[in-house]
Design a protein around this ligand. Structure first.
Ligand code: XMP
Length: 517
């Protein structure tokens, strides 16, 4: 992939670094997050077209503040410093940085005094997102100030003789409405990129690298979950090594309706892949009988999955490799990314992750791709649209959506509700507009009227949860059309015996989470 125009993002540990990368890639320019101290020589060897210095939590004068190799400023490659990144550039090339009296946080008005270069095409007033304690308080002749806010007189700068720019605010977050224009200014006008990154065009490279890694004889096992990432990995590895790929799909009894059929028809019938389907429904449900605690459910499901998977894969000869659908956000968030700093590790999300002691070497061809890129890759590989655009589904499946006891009946009930919800969302054109949507079965006996009296017997509450989000770390509830909500509720109550009440979840994350448990 080295042949592409590449922007390097030196990651000083900002929670928004990943967003910077996404904004650049959305402009069809390839980029990678790299450690802050990446040597200038390495960047030169990579032939990078531009360098972005991310924000970060440190103060440039802290003893252990992350630093960059100062030689990057003499590479004659355009540099954009964002927040802490701007302070690093100014501290290095001629400016004063100091702690400001008040921390500037949130949406503020930016007054643009020089709408050129990095701020080209911007109006004289616009709003931007700030989140900083330190400020650049003075620049000597080396820099020119381009914009100011009420609390921050030097909110954007350009160097007078080098292609170095800085913005104190965060153009990468959606709360800076014209932020994407700033990113475009940088990658196209300043770095002169043409925008040659299209994930479909690297299929050949990805296939080649899988072939090179696996060699001519070995086999690869791939655990298919029915989700997008593992499906795309399977399609890609299959293209690389054909029948030497053996897919394993575990039916744990916690899947959505028809999920197993869809996987079988797509991978076995359509692609002709070797697919082992393990019916482990009874085994899982026996182990989960009487378990109410969601973390305990997750633990049991995780362990059971590993055992079932091992048994299913043990007689595959020469299976030295395990293909996994690890994607770029997983790499960044698990702290194995650029900085090596442990960011938010989603410890409860690793169900289905297979432990190292299984002894496989990992094949992870999607490691550098974002989710939307994985979906485009999936389409280009011929996966069905329904599968490629599926909402994420948690590893422990319906176990965390059937709150309380897991029985075949309760799971079936939720499956029916979920099926109606998804069917109606699709029919109304809402499915693709929602990041994730599902039904939850809540263990309260709901009162209803039966004949002339009140009845509690066997009546359940189903909650509908629909969220919009781009990163799944924060999320908002979807302002869904009320008639559609009414239709879904009517169908669930009328068609599913045992449900007499439907509620809609209007909580955001944080403080709520997306799943109920
Ligand atoms: P939360 O509930 O943490 O969910 O806001 C964020 C995203 O993660 C998914 N999720 C899981 N995925 N195993 C998974 O593989 C899990 O245990 C798990 N719990 C939550 C959730 O569906 C959402 O997409």
């Amino acid at each position: 992939m080295e042949a592409h125009e590449t922007i390097a993002i030196l990651d000083f540990g900002s929670q928004y670094s990943q967003l910077i990368a996404r904004r650049v890639r959305e402009n069809h320019v390839y980029c990678e997050l790299l450690p802050p101290n990446t040597p200038a020589e390495r960047l030169r060897a990579m032939g990078v077209r531009g360098i972005i210095l991310s924000g970060g939590p440190a103060s440039v004068y802290d003893e252990h503040a992350p630093q960059c190799d100062n030689a990057i400023f003499t590479l004659d490659v355009p540099i954009l410093g964002i927040c802490y990144g701007m302070q690093v550039a100014c501290a290095q090339l001629g400016g004063n940085v100091h702690g400001s009296e008040s921390r500037e946080y949130g949406r503020v008005r930016l007054h643009v005094t020089e709408p050129t270069g990095i701020l080209a095409h911007l109006p004289s007033e616009t709003s931007v997102w700030m989140s900083h304690g330190d400020v650049v308080s003075a620049v000597d002749d080396a820099f020119v100030s381009l914009a100011a806010t009420a609390d921050c007189p030097i909110a954007a700068v350009r160097h007078t003789s080098r292609p170095v720019f800085g913005v104190q605010f965060h153009p990468e977050v959606t709360h800076t409405p014209l932020g994407s224009q700033i990113v475009r200014n940088f990658v196209y006008d300043i770095c002169n990129c043409r925008g040659d990154w299209r994930v479909e065009r690297v299929i050949g490279d990805l296939v080649e690298s899988v072939r090179a890694q696996v060699g001519p004889d070995a086999r690869v096992i791939c655990g298919l979950s029915g989700g997008v990432d593992s499906s795309v990995v399977a399609a890609l590895v299959h293209r690389a090594i054909g029948e030497r790929l053996v897919c394993v799909f575990v039916d744990n009894g916690l899947l959505r309706r028809d999920e197993r059929d869809m996987v079988e028809s797509t991978f076995r019938d359509h692609f002709g892949m070797t697919l082992r389907v393990v019916d482990a429904r009874e085994r899982f449900l026996n182990r989960l009988a009487g378990v109410l605690d969601p973390q305990e459910k997750r633990r049991i499901i995780g362990h059971e999955f590993i055992d079932v998977f091992k048994e299913a894969a043990q007689d595959v000869e020469q299976a030295h490799f395990l293909a996994q659908g690890t994607i770029y956000p997983d790499v960044i968030e698990s702290g194995h990314g650029a900085t090596g700093q442990a960011a938010m590790i989603k410890s409860h999300h690793n169900v289905g992750g297979l432990p190292e002691e299984l002894g496989f070497e990992l094949v992870e061809p999607l490691r550098l791709l974002f989710k939307d890129e994985v979906r485009h890759l999936g389409e280009a590989l011929g996966l069905p649209e329904d599968l490629v655009w599926r909402h994420p589904f948690p590893g422990p499946g319906l176990a965390v959506r059937v709150a309380g006891e897991l029985t075949v009946e309760r799971l079936e009930l939720l499956r029916s509700a979920d099926e109606i919800l998804l069917e109606e969302l699709r029919a109304a054109g809402w499915y693709r507009k929602v990041a994730q949507g599902f039904a939850v079965l809540v263990p309260v006996e709901s009162v209803g009227v039966m004949g002339d009296g009140r009845s509690y017997e066997g009546q359940h509450l189903v909650v509908i949860r629909l969220v919009e989000t781009s990163d799944f770390m924060t999320a908002d509830w979807v302002r869904i059309d009320q008639d559609l909500l009414g239709l879904i509720s009517n169908r669930i109550i009328n068609e599913i015996p045992g449900v007499n009440r439907v509620a809609y979840d209007v909580s955001s994350k944080p403080p709520a989470t997306i799943e109920w448990q």
